[in-house]
Design a protein around this ligand. Structure first.
Ligand SMILES: *[C@@H]1O[C@H](CO)[C@@H](O)[C@H](O)[C@H]1NC(C)=O
Ligand SMILES: *[C@@H]1O[C@H](CO)[C@@H](O)[C@H](O)[C@H]1NC(C)=O
Ligand SMILES: *[C@@H]1O[C@H](CO)[C@@H](O)[C@H](O)[C@H]1NC(C)=O
Length: 673
């Protein structure tokens, strides 16, 4: 515990981008990601992650190192040759001792039965393949946006990172396990599958193990937005990250023959492209530009896209047909979010669907062919773009499906069109050229920014728990953009809590938050009891003797979280308690300032907190009373959510917690237990 201690970071990452691999089942206005989690099957057998108790004392010792003792204990669960039929004796693929006690092995149903009958068996689940939401080979492991000042001492050791179809959970868990044993301070997890109950999610279980050992776990919230209930990695012990834009634009302005100009973007900044007027071509019959039934030689072609990234086959078709350039119109869902990724070998600009509609209007209607012209003006990267940040359309949205009473995501960080270090052996786009940098998007790009901030805080405050660090990042985050307005979503509407979380990260403030909401492992255990029950408690904590009688019970709303989520029901008065720890000046005085969510009144008791010592704790109660008949309820299938905030303000600090009142949160999930 010295100030020279270097925070170590393990990065388990692949690049998640919002591409055509996203698929949805739409029900009742909400969307769930289609499960890409089909169990990995290998003929009859499949890989299971098997949780077992730690080895009993008599299985250890004998001069053997601990790791070997664990492995031998894990092997003792496997059926011997012959027992499993014709198959050879199954083998352990991974043996876990860092974040949990267990192993991964490929087993038939019969073999699994045998394993589950051994004393010490806790639980087994078939592993999922965590889907890759990218068209590119995973391999990114870098961060070029110079915020982090940490040393990635173990950089690369935790890499698992996956093949073209995804990452297997057992492998990801092995990376986490190794990183924890290596003594890292932060785990950065930029992958995740669809939401499942925490006791069936090895990543959530592994993260619980890591956080219980004082290791922060920062996770990508997912790239399945903008529909609700699309978050991954939502456990309250994880720090769940949303993605936003930065104030930079790779500008490619489309200038029409009538003088109108639209600021699109492109990574192919073709400065040789002449700004002369080209014929502008758009046809509803060939609007996806995969084939042409007209002569487009020398024309700038306007194309619609169904995916965030323009398809390579359209580029090829245009080039082969002799097109001079292309304007790609964003899919409508993506609003103002323009995802850039590839270096295309054709002058092009990607524009928003709103701008695209105007360009189409000009190109398409009622004039003789050839009389409409356009050009593309390339203007490199423009900085200082406003408004920024804006939430990226692909950033996954809350509420959490696994735990709707815990407000998620936690914070937003830069994740749209991020300049990133790139392994030169991984091809970029369709070209054979190699690059050491690329521009990439995803909550997986936002996650390492937050990981860096965690490492920074850990370095300054080595004794802070993961929950204290997370609280510092959340309560100091900014709710405003660089225009001074509330941060907006991809449609340029005010971003909701379930979209942006507490706000956009602010590293300089996060180091000195004034007060923090701490949350120790026993709180999480009591929360698991209330949400999932005793058998899940045993699975997640890996302690087969744990009981809820001992652990207690804490409802979702009562967890000492740095954001507040209460049910919204007419006439309901709902109280949550919170405890803050003074990490600012020993003697300080804070006053509560409340911005009450619409149709509610909020009372904070006491309304003033006076601290006399460092690390002193104070508890207060927040009562949200819903007024009127209109308040709350999910009438007519509409989701009613009102938002406000509680700020504790002292001379030097503002400690801000969002207050979310949600009509679809069942009072029971929030009740005092
Ligand atoms: C297509 O248009 C170009 C440019 O206007 C012209 O040079 C060429 O001859 C045309 N090709 C055909 C097959 O009509
Ligand atoms: C290019 O960008 C600069 C700086 O942002 C701006 O002053 C200039 O007007 C832009 N030129 C065009 C053609 O958009
Ligand atoms: C909240 O705090 C008040 C007093 O500060 C206490 O009476 C009450 O029992 C607490 N509620 C819970 C759920 O802990």
């Amino acid at each position: 515990m010295t100030s020279s201690r270097i925070a170590c970071v393990a990065v388990l990452a692949f690049v998640l981008t919002a591409t055509s691999a996203l698929c949805y089942i739409v029900t009742d206005g909400a969307a769930r990601r289609q499960s890409a989690s089909a169990s990995a099957s290998h003929g009859e057998a499949q890989t299971y992650i098997v949780l077992v108790e730690p080895p009993p004392a008599h299985a250890r010792g004998g001069g053997e190192d601990d790791q070997a003792a664990h492995r031998r204990w894990h092997e003792s669960f496997l059926p011997g040759a012959g027992e499993g039929g014709q198959r050879p004796r199954p083998r352990i693929r991974h043996s876990y001792t860092g974040v949990l006690s267990g192993f991964a092995a490929t087993l038939t149903g019969g073999e699994l039965d045998a394993v589950s009958r051994r004393p010490g068996f806790v639980r087994a689940f078939p592993e999922r393949r965590l889907p890759l939401m990218t068209t590119r080979t995973p391999g990114f492991l870098g961060l070029a946006q110079g915020r982090g000042v940490w040393k990635e001492a173990r950089y690369g050791e935790g890499v698992v990172v996956c093949n073209g179809q995804g990452c297997f959970e057992s492998d990801v868990l092995a990376g986490m396990d190794a990183a924890v044993k290596d003594g890292v301070d932060v785990l950065s997890i930029s992958l995740g599958g669809p939401s499942v109950a925490f006791d069936k999610d090895p990543i959530a279980i592994g993260a619980f193990g890591a956080v219980s050992r004082g290791i922060s776990v920062v996770c990508a919230g997912g790239n399945s937005g903008p529909m609700p209930f699309t978050l991954s990695n939502e456990a309250p012990w994880m720090l769940t990250v949303a993605a936003g834009s930065v104030d930079r634009s790779f500008r490619a302005t489309v200038r029409l023959g009538d003088g109108e100009a639209f600021d699109g973007e492109s990574l192919s900044q073709d400065k040789r492209f002449s700004s002369k007027a080209y014929p502008l071509y758009y046809s509803q019959g060939t609007n996806y530009c995969d084939f042409f039934d007209a002569n487009i030689t020398g024309a700038v072609v306007v194309c619609d896209t169904e995916t965030p990234l323009p398809p390579t086959r359209s580029i090829d078709a245009i080039r082969e047909a002799g097109g001079a350039g292309v304007v790609f119109i964003n899919e409508a869902d993506f609003g103002y979010t323009i995802v850039l990724e590839k270096y295309y070998d054709l002058p092009m600009s990607q524009v928003t669907s709103a701008d695209g509609a105007k360009i189409m209007g000009y190109a398409g209607v009622g004039s003789p062919a050839g009389s409409h012209t356009a050009t593309i003006v390339f203007n490199s990267s423009v900085v200082g773009v406003k408004p920024a940040p804006v939430v990226a359309a692909f950033s996954s949205r809350g509420p959490s499906a696994a735990s709707p009473g815990v407000p998620k995501p936690d914070v937003m960080a830069p994740g749209l069109n991020i300049l990133a270090g790139w392994p030169s052996q991984v091809p970029v786009g369709d070209g054979a050229e190699s690059y050491s940098f690329n521009v990439v998007s995803g909550t997986s790009m936002a996650t390492p920014h937050v990981t860096g901030i965690v490492a920074l805080i850990k370095k300054v405050h080595p004794d802070w728990s993961p929950a204290m660090i997370k609280s510092a990042i959340m309560t100091t985050s900014s709710a405003l953009d660089n225009d001074g307005h509330a941060i907006m979503d991809e449609e340029h509407r005010k971003a909701r809590f379930y979209t942006v979380g507490a706000g956009h990260v602010d590293p300089a403030k996060a180091i000195d938050p004034g007060l923090v909401y701490d949350l120790a492992a026993p709180h999480n255990a009591a929360y698991i009891c209330a949400l999932l029950g005793e058998s899940s408690l045993r699975t997640i904590t890996g302690d087969s003797a744990a009981t809820c009688a001992e652990a207690g019970s804490v409802a979702e709303a009562q967890l000492n979280y740095p954001a507040i989520l209460v049910p919204l029901r007419p006439g309901l008065a709902f109280t949550v308690n919170r405890t803050v720890t003074n990490v600012g000046p020993a003697r300080s005085r804070y006053t509560a300032r409340v911005d009450a969510p619409g149709c509610t009144t909020v009372k904070v008791e006491p309304a003033e907190l006076v601290f006399k010592e460092a690390m002193e704790r104070k508890t207060f109660a927040v009562t949200v009373t819903v007024s009127g008949r209109d308040g709350g309820g999910a009438g007519g299938g509409r989701r009613v959510v009102a938002e406000g905030s509680l700020r504790w303000v002292s001379r030097h600090h503002v400690v801000r917690s969002p207050i979310v009142a949600d009509g679809s949160v069942a009072p029971k999930s929030a009740q005092k237990v």
